[in-house]
Design a protein around this ligand. Structure first.
Ligand SMILES: [Zn+2]
Length: 298
């Protein structure tokens, strides 16, 4: 009698374990992770402080930014969900023009020179994430921003590695089947924030990625040359401040000798391109003129 009941207890235990597994499987089938809004918001720091300090010191200077897919201008890709919007998206979603999973395995490139501070699969709807630290200032006066690449299929880089703009760092993935393949791409001016949830009304510390890239192109010197040609053709007013209501210092004639000192103040991205207030020098006078450069963004 005792032996028989032992066998029965074993059978009952195995039955219970099987039913539990079945229950968990049914639950996950009925309630899958639908999008990254359901991703856990557990803070995952990219490093401890001393490590971050050493990465900051080893961070190479950036010489401008390109797009993370189809560089330099995101050719044959489109941004399916930009920053903000109704969903409060905290990044851009880059997809191949072919749609669906046609971009699966396509290369992902570093947007600028920098140093990798995080490269890990964190699961939970995110999959593989790479984070790169960039210095947009100088060695003495560093200004750090961070680029953030998610749902990656393969990762070809590791923390501490110095990276060049345009270097292949990973491939586009779908976070192991959670989405159609795409690159979720964020940029942050507050570095070493938690990974986050990909969506959120609080945008503190986050940048609009495409706007940041378009206003920090590496070919800014070429842009300035094109801009000077435009001034020479059209003539323009030299103003005391980067403001349309400020005092007109001088009316520049066509063919004035103009030097662009800096593209001082970004205004907006319009149908004609990226609009700036440029700080310029004409003869001995310095002032501000308004103009745009044509962005090649497709
Ligand atoms: Zn996204």
């Amino acid at each position: 009698m005792i032996r028989v009941s032992h066998i029965n207890i074993h059978k009952v235990l195995i039955f219970i374990v099987l039913m539990l597994s079945l229950g968990i499987w049914v639950y996950h089938t009925l309630y899958p992770l639908k999008d990254s809004k359901q991703i856990s918001r557990t803070p995952i720091r990219s490093s401890n402080h001393s490590l971050l300090n050493s990465w900051q010191t080893n961070c190479p200077l950036s010489d401008g930014f390109d797009f993370p897919v189809g560089p330099p201008n995101a050719g044959s890709y489109y941004n399916a969900q930009g920053f903000g919007g109704r969903n409060h998206h905290l990044g851009d979603d880059w997809n191949g023009l072919g749609g669906g999973n046609s971009d699966m395995g396509d290369p992902v490139y570093a947007v600028a020179n920098g140093i990798v501070v995080f490269a890990r699969n964190i699961g939970s709807g995110w999959g593989n994430i790479v984070r790169i630290l960039h210095n947009t200032g100088s060695k003495d006066k560093p200004v750090y921003v961070e680029s953030f690449y998610a749902h990656l299929k393969d990762v070809f880089t590791r923390p501490g590695q110095r990276i060049r703009r345009g270097q292949k760092i990973a491939t586009i993935g779908n976070a192991e089947g959670v989405y159609f393949a795409h690159l979720h791409f964020e940029m942050r001016h507050k570095i070493n924030l938690p990974v986050g949830g990909g969506y959120g009304e609080n945008t503190s510390g986050y940048l609009r990625p495409s706007q940041f890239i378009m206003t920090h192109r590496p070919q800014i010197r070429r842009v300035a040359k094109g801009f000077i040609r435009w001034i020479r053709r059209n003539g323009v007013r030299l103003r005391s401040k980067p403001n349309i209501k400020s005092r007109v210092l001088r009316r520049l004639k066509e063919n004035s000798q103009v030097t662009v000192l800096s593209t001082g103040s970004f205004q907006r991205i319009g149908s004609m391109g990226v609009h700036f207030w440029y700080r310029v020098k004409v003869g001995k006078a310095k002032g501000w003129v308004y103009g745009y450069y044509l962005s090649n963004l497709q």
